[in-house]
Design a protein around this ligand. Structure first.
Ligand code: 5AD
Length: 390
């Protein structure tokens, strides 16, 4: 294609749309192969060959929102609602450190109460305090010297805390930052405001969500966002604009996953009406490919953010996450949520690893990386290069 290997490419909306149409709609296999090879080269250049682990702890499924596609939305019936005891969350984070995972993501349903905020402050602070102490003790014991200092000036000690807990006022974001969280993830879900409003009943609003993304940047968080691919009503142009949206908000971390049906949700009812006769497995596999193409395009245009090979990819193709790691992604998220809660954090049907333990998820991922010739960059925070350079 005439490009130097591993260079990023500036693409317009029309050009991105053109690639999506050629690769996905017209099935241009040669272009697809070239796109993935290039994306992988850019990944290796900006992120090194190592894959970062981000341990996911789904600490609560209590949610006040009613996102039309989600299996833990407020109005979803027959869901046992839980919030993990604080000590249990901290224990999982300590286990993560002992197992070479230095970065955890606390994800939960959205709840804008003072009680929930204080829970998050206490858990975040305790994870930082206790894992830093563990780390210092281990360094002293082994005679290791001073800990590594990151370009931002922070010592790489203990487990870094990322949060995925939704839309909050900026004051709350500031409190969570002061408690020690450094990364925050809110998927925009779609950059098309009309589509967003069709999926998220009021009072949720697209503009408010964008304001939250901007506020998180202002507070100093590394910013994560993302979308779902294959939402009913979504067009290829929407997806092309999503790629540009990530650039516009200067996202440091991006997670994209195919939309997967979940019985009992309004969006799945719409989906069933729209596609009454479709071969669902074939459709989902096609969304899997489209998501991979999107990952590759984001890598190609943006270069250095952390891009996650999301769990939803694996729900469709058993080796989905490994494939994504060869096509632009550089992060995987082993699920560390204790097994007894997993079944109740079913955002979509067929979510994998529901009966597994953290030990199994950790080992299984090591094997999966090995199968595609990648290794985990264990023992580092794995800050997104985009953030370190900005
Ligand atoms: N299919 C795929 N992804 C989903 N999410 C929620 N429900 C579904 C679904 N049915 C994703 C959303 C949310 C993230 C936590 O999970 O993008 O931001």
């Amino acid at each position: 294609n005439g490009l130097e290997p591993a260079t990023t490419v500036e693409l317009s909306e029309e050009q991105i749309l053109g690639i999506l149409e050629a690769v996905w709609r017209r099935g241009d296999a040669e272009l697809e192969k070239a796109l993935y090879a290039h994306a992988n080269a850019v990944t290796n250049k900006y992120c090194g060959g190592g894959v970062y682990y981000r341990g996911l702890i789904e600490f609560s499924n209590v949610c006040q929102n009613d996102c039309g596609y989600c299996g833990i939305r407020n109005n979803q019936k027959d869901v046992w609602r839980y919030t993990m005891p604080e000590e249990e969350v901290v224990e999982v984070a300590k286990w993560a450190l002992e197992n070479g995972i230095r970065n955890i993501m606390l994800q939960g349903g959205e709840l804008r109460t003072e009680q929930r905020l204080q829970y998050l402050e206490r858990v975040t602070a305790a994870i930082r305090r206790e894992t830093v102490a563990m780390d210092l003790a281990k360094r002293a014991e082994s005679g290791a010297g001073a800990p590594p200092v990151l370009p931002g000036g922070e010592e790489e000690l203990g487990v870094a805390v990322s949060l995925s807990v939704g839309e909050l006022p900026i004051e709350d974001y500031e409190r969570l930052f002061r408690a020690g969280a450094r990364r925050y993830l809110i998927r925009i879900e779609t950059s098309n405001p009309d589509l967003y409003h069709a999926l998220h009943p009021a009072p949720m609003s697209w503009h408010h969500r964008v304001e939250c993304l901007q506020n998180l940047k202002k507070v100093g968080f590394m910013l994560g966002t993302g979308i779902m691919v294959g939402l009913p009503g979504q067009t290829l142009r929407d997806l092309a604009r999503d790629v540009l949206f990530f650039k516009e908000v200067k996202a440091d971390m991006i997670g994209m996953g195919p939309f997967i049906t979940q019985p009992g949700t309004p969006v799945t009812a719409t989906w069933n009406e729209l596609y009454p006769a479709v071969d669902k497995n074939a459709h989902m596999r096609s969304m899997f490919s489209l998501t991979c193409t999107m990952n590759a395009l984001v890598r190609l245009t943006m270069g250095n953010p952390n891009i996650s090979a999301t769990t939803a990819l694996q729900a469709i193709v058993p080796t989905g996450r490994e494939l994504a790691l060869e096509r632009g992604a550089n992060v995987v998220m082993p699920i560390l949520t204790p097994t007894k809660y997993r079944e109740s954090y079913q955002l979509y049907e067929g979510k994998p690893c529901i009966t597994d333990t953290a030990v199994q998820c950790r080992r299984c991922l090591d094997m999966r990386l090995h199968s595609v010739g990648k290794t985990s960059a264990a023992g580092v925070w794995g800050d997104p290069a985009s953030f370190l350079r900005s």
